[in-house]
Structure formats: structure tokens, C-alpha cells
Design a protein around this ligand. Structure first.
Ligand SMILES: Cc1cc2nc3c(=O)[nH]c(=O)nc-3n(C[C@H](O)[C@H](O)[C@H](O)COP(=O)(O)O)c2cc1C
Length: 220
């Protein structure tokens, strides 16, 4: 009896220790990002542009992996640095992803999309019509606790300046990936932040900066 109690306690402690990094059934394990190929840089720059009409076709998991690595993946494993710069390397940004199957957060180190919930909230990510039906909306969220702010503190515009710049780099990486792969995207400031943040379960110091819709071109 006593042994059984200790065994049960040991299992519970081990579970508590490993659960945060464990893949849950609803998470999406992504294939390794391609990291090679694509159009030469000048050709991708030549093709870059915004599009607002999308096919409803889903991206493959390889495309999701590549696009998220382009946006905010780890490209120098030795020190965990990323494909986009961040002020003082604070890495305060998170990329949330809305798919038909729910809301996810990109875990770059684990190369996983961790499910936040299973509701389709694509329509809530924008005030335009296309985010509702396009397969992917990336939502760039700054966690200002990583910039030294404390819960309860008022967020000023200045607190967010670096995060807006940071998001610009990430979004341009996505633009170039889309240009290289013949995919469509548009960066969006027209985001109903006050209604979207609670739908995403964000804390007060998690601030939505911009969103970016991605998909196959409509005329396909
Ligand atoms: C900070 C920022 C916010 C933007 N917000 C929106 C938006 O909410 N909706 C939209 O359709 N396009 C948005 N755009 C895209 C611009 O309209 C687009 O970049 C511009 O018309 C130039 O077109 P191009 O990207 O094809 O060169 C935004 C662009 C930037 C840089």
C-alpha cells in the first residue's frame, strides 16, 4: 500500500516535470524547415507584393514549417538566435497561428505548433473579409514582460516601439518566402485587437502588433 502511494506520487511528479514540453495530440509536429532552395534574393524582392484574394486550400505542414521558420525560426542553434532581429536579443515576439482547426502558438525550439484552443477564430483576426476564409493568419504578439514590464503596469507606445520594428522584419521574411514560393500574403494593421485578445486568451502585457494573412493565390 505504502509502495503503491510512493509509486503514484513519483508518477505524478514525473508528469508535472515533463508535461510542459510534451507534444499533446492536438499539437502539430512540424517537419524540419527546408532552410535551402527558393528563388534568389533579388528575384524574390522583384516578386514581393501584397495580395488580398486567397484560395481556401490549406497549406501543407512543410509550408507551415518553412513559413514560420522564415518568420521567427532559430537559425543559429548554438545560441538560440533567430531569422529576424530583436532589440537587445530580447526575443519578446510570439507568432500565433489561426487555422480552421484552431489557434496555435509557434514553438520554434520544438518546431511545433502548440494548440491554444480548437475554435476557428480566423474571422476575428481582421476587419476585412478575406482573413475569415484564407487558410492561415499569423498574429504577431509582443510579450512585454520579456522587455521588463511588470503585470499591472500601463503599456505606453514607447514600450511597443521595438516590437513593431521586430514585427516588420518578421513580416518581410514572410513576404519574401511567399514571393519565393508563389504564395500570397498581406500584412495587416486592421486588426480588432480589443475583441481578438480575449479570444486568444492573452494576458494584459501580451500586445497584438500586426497580423499577416497567408495562402495560395485565388486564381489557382
Ligand atoms: C504597417 C502596415 C499595415 C498594413 N495594414 C494593412 C491592412 O490592415 N490591410 C491591408 O489590406 N493591407 C495592409 N497593409 C498593406 C499595404 O496596404 C501595402 O503594403 C501597400 O498597399 C503597398 O502594397 P505592396 O505591399 O503590394 O507593395 C499594411 C502595410 C503596412 C506596412
Amino acid at each position: 500500500m505504502r509502495n503503491a502511494f510512493f509509486n503514484l506520487t513519483a508518477v505524478m511528479i514525473i508528469n508535472l516535470m515533463i508535461t510542459p514540453n510534451m507534444l499533446k495530440a492536438q499539437d502539430i509536429a512540424l517537419p524540419a524547415p527546408s532552410r535551402k532552395g527558393g528563388k534568389p534574393l533579388m528575384e524574390a524582392l522583384d516578386a514581393r507584393g501584397s495580395a488580398r484574394e486567397f484560395s481556401e486550400r490549406d497549406l501543407t505542414n512543410q509550408q507551415l514549417s518553412d513559413i514560420l521558420w522564415a518568420a521567427w525560426g532559430i537559425n543559429r542553434e548554438a545560441d538560440g538566435k533567430r531569422t529576424a532581429p530583436s532589440s537587445h536579443n530580447r526575443q519578446e515576439m510570439d507568432v500565433y497561428v489561426t487555422l480552421k482547426s484552431g489557434l496555435y502558438i509557434y514553438d520554434a525550439a520544438g518546431n511545433t505548433l502548440k494548440q491554444v484552443h480548437d475554435r476557428d477564430i480566423r474571422a476575428l483576426t481582421g476587419t476585412q473579409d478575406f482573413p475569415a476564409t484564407a487558410p492561415v493568419n499569423l498574429i504577431y504578439v509582443a510579450d512585454l514582460t520579456k522587455r521588463g514590464l511588470r503585470e499591472g503596469q500601463q503599456v505606453t507606445d514607447t514600450d511597443q516601439l521595438s516590437s513593431w520594428a521586430n514585427t516588420g522584419f518578421m513580416a518581410q521574411n514572410v513576404y519574401l518566402w511567399c514571393a519565393s514560393e508563389g504564395m500570397s500574403c498581406v500584412i495587416r494593421a486592421m486588426v480588432p485587437r480589443n475583441t481578438l485578445a480575449p479570444e486568444m486568451g492573452l494576458r494584459p502585457l501580451q500586445v497584438i502588433i500586426l497580423a499577416q494573412t497567408v495562402g495560395f493565390p485565388a486564381e489557382e
